[in-house]
Design a protein around this ligand. Structure first.
Ligand code: HPA
Length: 271
């Protein structure tokens, strides 16, 4: 990634915002409604920002929403870029570098994921402890962007341990049950086979999904602290005797919307 690309995109945004967001929040499938809770809203469509493609997945709006949530200046990504849409791995890092370049210090990543851990149930919110990159891609491959971070970034605290502990305390203080575990990334776009899900479990994955990991790699590269929340929208393939489809994912994320909104709002105010 060339820093000039990042600067071209971030200059466009800087000219259009009057407050520096402290926290970036990436909203996963069906979780985009959190953006409705933002006040003093300032929306910038991805398609207007130089170098960003427009998001294509149903249920993803494709815009940055700047404003205030729980008293904190935030920027939300309502809709994200996926590898399975045909984006280059590098492109998945760009929004993170843009956020970094406009002053974001902390990142909250959210996603819809399949439950691999059989103790989980659809509707659970999982605080991500760690991830396994099984996607075959890495957004840092290519010439290193030295202005953003080192060639070989440390990933041993990819999801910041202190923020995880804090988030768990916040959840319990507002009466929301959370589970925690390892997020396992597959490229998608097909859902996994039952045999693949067995493999995911053997390898240590608790939830499986098609996003988040490239963004978290980029965020760690440029020194942002990350917290991740997966909404378990379905049990992964082969666990229950039924086929998987995107409608179920959206239905479950809609069902847990209130709980999710409450949790993320509380975390933003206190992290
Ligand atoms: N697998 C992969 N990605 C997902 C799933 C799943 O079961 N559910 C939501 N996103």
């Amino acid at each position: 990634m060339n820093i000039k690309v990042v600067e071209e995109s971030s200059s466009y945004i800087k000219e259009r915002i009057d407050k520096t967001p402290e926290i970036g929040i990436i909203l996963g499938s069906g979780l985009g409604d959190l953006a409705d809770k933002v006040s003093e809203k300032n929306i910038i469509s991805y398609s207007d920002v130089p170098n960003l493609p427009s998001s294509t997945v149903k249920g993803h709006a494709g815009q940055f929403v700047f404003g205030k949530l729980n008293g904190i200046n935030v920027v939300m990504m309502q809709g994200r870029f996926h590898y399975y849409e045909g984006n280059k791995a590098e492109t998945l890092a760009l929004p993170i570098y843009i956020m970094k370049s406009i002053g974001v210090k902390k990142l909250i990543v959210t996603n819809a994921a399949g439950g691999v851990n059989t103790e989980f149930k659809p509707g659970d919110l999982m605080i991500i402890n760690d991830h396994i990159n099984f996607s075959s891609i890495n957004p840092l491959i290519g010439k290193n962007c030295d202005e953003m971070g080192p060639r070989f970034p440390d990933m041993s605290n990819a999801y910041d341990m202190n923020m995880i502990e804090k988030a768990k305390k916040i959840a319990s203080s507002i009466g929301i049950d959370v589970v925690s575990g390892t997020y396992f990334m597959m490229s998608g776009p097909n859902y996994e086979t039952p045999a693949e899900i067995k493999m995911v479990r053997v390898l240590g994955g608790d939830a499986v999904g098609m996003s988040t990991v490239p963004e978290v790699i980029a965020a760690n590269h440029c020194g942002m602290k990350v917290i991740g929340i997966s909404c378990i929208t379905n049990m992964a393939a082969g666990i229950l005797n039924k086929p998987l489809d995107h409608k179920e994912v959206i239905k479950t994320s809609n069902m847990v919307k209130d709980k999710f909104t409450k949790l993320v709002t509380a975390i933003v105010g206190d992290i």
